[in-house]
Design a binder for this molecule. Structure first.
Ligand code: UD1
Ligand code: CA
Length: 485
């Protein structure tokens, strides 16, 4: 749909959102990796408005800081006292100014909106030649919304807020979505004429409709088809519901693009996550931020990834990764934790109870069990034995360990950094390695074993162990007797 660029978009975001019972302003609450305000701005952004003006009030420092991150081009206007939606637009008129041309006004608490809906509203507004066009929709439960009141001939007459409705008006199911296209030239004037003589003592933006109509201007209501995406969020129950619907929309899009979600009810993804085809996402998996899943990769069950890249055909089970790069064909888990700066090469393995951070691992290197790898660089084709610890912290500073190609680190080795293990070297199981091991050498650093014969029978006599030992030594003696025969 081609519509002209709006002269401005005004987003009303000054309210506290008392029903959220929260420390943070309602519109900063997150759904699928984006704030409610972020979702609204993403939708209005599709229209490429000449100006985007956000009215801030409650928690404005927080909201401004957030806007600086997500929409640095947006202007803000302060509404110090939240005296209603009409008053919010009036602050814009009195400070930033409202441009001529079409101005879109929208509530900031409708996170499921798509850009298309605004485009449809603008198209209806332009086609009707209206002073204002309200986006309305039929809802099963109109409770809490402003009602669209029509005259005898069915023409849109005014919006009546829930609290001001007559019993007959309460039965109206066509509601105001809180999205409007205005003639900017008229909007600046009309918001100054809105009174506050109502139940809440607030200036209702919705009163602008009756005023404009009274002035003889044309007002219209464009009826949207899908009420679901137009729902506002006022409390955390509605937030959860909106999040579920948004997630479902995202998953459906990816499924149509060739991604399998085995259980869409327990797969949660952010709007910023991307996939290649034939990726398979198992139940109870959460993918966040800039995570990317490669072609044919198998992720889950029970995986949580944040800002993590998964290569083609890699597999992850019961794993948590944050800021990691997992190479093609690599395998992670079950029960692995990859922290920022982990880079697993192609076909490398971080197995069970393995934690890694700031560690680069070469192609085909395996770290199968019970291991901590921190501040390390490991070459290709190496094997790190069970229970190895890269001892990177001396209590004050962090130190790096380098392990070469085709190295075999024995089980239960402490690699005390700073340290270098050369290509093709081995370390003996149970060693505390504090000095470099040259290429091809075996590093051994452990006490020699000595066996104290008969100790258990002497010092633990009468125990089951002592009895077992005695029997075994008797049998040994007998066996050597037989051998003599
Ligand atoms: C508003 C509409 C109602 C509509 C509903 C749709 C009015 C008077 N009513 O009601 O007709 O059906 O949205 O969801 O407009 N805000 C400010 N400053 C204020 C008050 C609110 O910026 O002084 C902002 C809020 O942050 C919010 C938006 O305006 O983003 C809507 O405010 P809210 O109090 O939620 O209005 P509703 O009662 O839902
Ligand atoms: Ca609302």
């Amino acid at each position: 749909m081609s519509v002209s660029r709006p002269a401005a978009v005004i987003v009303l975001a000054a309210g506290e959102g008392t029903r959220m019972k929260s420390r943070q302003p309602k519109i900063l609450h997150d759904l699928c990796g984006r704030s409610m305000l972020g979702h609204v701005l993403a939708a209005t952004g599709h229209l490429e408005p000449e100006r985007t003006i956000v009215v801030v009030g409650y928690g404005r420092d927080q909201v401004r800081a957030h806007l600086a991150e997500i929409a640095p081009g947006a202007e803000t206007v302060v509404q110090a006292d939240q005296r209603g939606t009409g008053n919010a637009v009036r602050q814009v008129a009195e400070t930033a100014g409202i441009p001529r041309g079409t101005v879109l006004v929208t509530n900031g608490d409708h996170p499921l909106l798509r850009g298309e809906i605004f485009a449809e509203l603008l198209a209806a507004h332009e086609a009707g030649g209206n002073a204002v066009t309200v986006l309305s929709v039929q809802v099963p439960d109109p409770h809490g919304y402003g009602r669209i009141v029509r005259d005898e001939s069915g023409d849109f007459a005014e919006i009546v807020e829930e609290k001001e409705t007559t019993p007959a008006q309460q039965g109206i199911h066509e509601i105001n979505t809180g999205m409007y296209a205005f003639d900017g030239g008229l909007l600046g004037d009309v918001v100054k004429r809105i009174g506050s003589d109502n139940t809440k003592g607030e200036e209702y933006l919705t009163d602008a409709i009756a005023i404009l109509r009274g002035d003889g201007h044309k007002v219209g209501a464009a009826i949207a088809e899908d009420w679901v995406e137009l729902q506002g969020v006022n409390d955390r129950v509605q937030l959860a519901e909106a999040r579920r619907m948004l997630n479902e929309r995202l998953l459906n899009g990816w499924m149509r693009a060739g991604v399998t979600f085995v259980d869409p009810r327990t797969a949660w993804i952010d709007v910023t996550v991307t996939f290649e085809r034939d990726a398979v996402i198992e139940p109870n998996t959460q993918l966040r931020g800039a995570t990317h899943i490669g072609e044919g990769a198998h992720v889950g069950p029970g995986v949580v990834l944040t800002d993590t890249t998964v290569g083609a055909e890699a597999t992850l089970v019961n794993a948590v990764a944050d800021g990691a790069e997992i190479g093609p064909g690599a395998s992670v888990g079950p029960y692995a934790y990859l922290r920022p700066g982990t880079r697993l090469g192609a076909r490398a393995k971080a197995g069970t109870y393995v934690e890694m951070k700031n560690a680069v691992v070469g192609e085909g290197t395996k770290i199968p069990h019970l291991t901590y790898v921190g501040d390390a660089e490991i070459g290709s084709g190496s094997n790190i034995g069970a229970s190895t610890v890269f001892v990177n912290y001396d209590g004050v500073a962090k130190h790096k360990t380098k392990v070469g190609d085709h190295v075999r680190v024995g089980s239960d080795t402490m690699l005390v950094g700073p340290l270098t293990i050369g290509d093709g070297a081995y370390t003996a199981a149970g060693s505390v390695i504090t000095k470099d091991v040259p290429p091809g050498a075996l590093g051994v650093a452990r006490g020699q074993q000595r066996n104290i014969e008969g100790w258990v029978e002497r010092r633990r006599s009468g125990t089951a162990s002592a009895d077992a030992a005695k029997r075994a030594r008797g049998e040994d003696a007998e066996r050597s007797e037989h051998r003599k025969d």
